[in-house]
Design a protein around this ligand. Sequence first.
Ligand code: C2O
Ligand code: CU
Length: 483
Amino acid sequence: MNREFNSHLSRRGLLQASAGLLLTATLPPLPAWAASSNEYRIVAEPGRARLAGPNGPETGVWTYGGTIPGPIVRLRQGEPARLVVENRLDQETTVHWHGIRLPNPMDGVPGLTQPPITPGESFLYEFTPPDAGTFWYHPHANSLEQLGRGLAGAVIVEEREPVAVDRDLLWLLSDWRLTEEGRIASGFGNHMEAAMSGRVGNTVTLNGKVSEAEPFLAGERIRLRLANGSLARIMALRFEGHRPVVIAIDGQPCDPHEPEAGRILLGPAMRVDLMLDLQGEPERRYDVVDDFYDGLSYQVTQLAYDEAAPIRGRVADAALELPRNPLPEPDLGSAERHTLTLQGGMMSTAGMSGLGNMNGMMGGGMMGMGSGAVWAINGQSMTGDGHAGMEPALTFQRGRSIVLELRNETAWWHPMHFHGHSLKVLSRNGKPMPHRQWQDTVLMAPKDAVEVAFVADNPGCWMLHCHVMDHQMSGMMTVLRVV
Ligand code: C2O
Ligand code: CU
């Protein structure tokens, strides 16, 4: 795999000459967080972290700003942001501001939207976030390894008016594959895993640490922003003894609703904002469990109530609904319709299955697959992280309404992410989606068919890919272009 990454990464240059945005390390220093200016300086650099807590072993990691996760980037809706990213790694990187509808040159896809940031160089990202909500940032170069070694952080775009809650909390959940000595296991890009569920790890951290308990007060109303920063692990969270209400998905407010069967499904890269009323008893502890994988449920943390009496007698009665973001409403009557079919992997519909059959598995039907491609979208496999010369699978006229049908013909789950836009989820397997959900990452179960709609209002070449990093790297990626 590394061989392939390198060949993609070296195919830059095209944009290098034209982009006046590539900065040198001589830029005047900015404070790490200047509260009133929306300005950040984020350094990608190696570091060490105690993922298992103060008594655990130290793990060599790659960080933003020396911490796992990276600093929370707090921006304000509708106000210009300036984010300088400095690369102190020994390989090229970029930053993708996942879910933020920003101008194409700020999207962080090496080769496609910007030259990669070479070691020692910096890049200035400038954009004005149109939407308030919970987003995150991560590399889009050598993504599997860079994200897998720790490069990730949250972006919170604040509403213009504060939301009435007692506390606003973020849980960035990450999955790590650690060795017994606490090292990050090597073997990124294992072909067998890439054709199956991807690199699922063995250690889940909450804001960079394995969590035994998180402190709460009885009676509190919490806005809890959940984000799954894992390479491949899908989560289904249950809050024992509580009834969380989903108020936003992927940063976009939805109709407040309780999750189906009380389980909050969170694929890699997805975010869910909850309103959580702490109606449990003082001094008690309540499990938060992830039971997505059959027989492999585990405790993510516990809600640990302080012994103090409830801070209010009954549930806060402020409205649960967040103000809507200014998303353009697609016109379904005049919309263009297209289908994107997800193909490949082990046990694909071609009837191939079993281990040791990788090379033959995809034989025939697939076109345009590079070496190592095991997945495809509409018969084409784009591998790696994005690079110059990717032919768009579809081109849309700016302003058109588009309906995409995503069909998962594979035997695996895929969180499908589209850059630069938010997608209104219309239906799943023929059933209309309730709760007015807009998402940038749509989790597809095996054989699912999902219809999404959007207005192609953001010009440029935009990636659409699976956010299981192994899947993206090995072909489940394409480019959609808006002209
Ligand atoms: Cu969060 Cu193209 O990715
Ligand atoms: Cu996938």
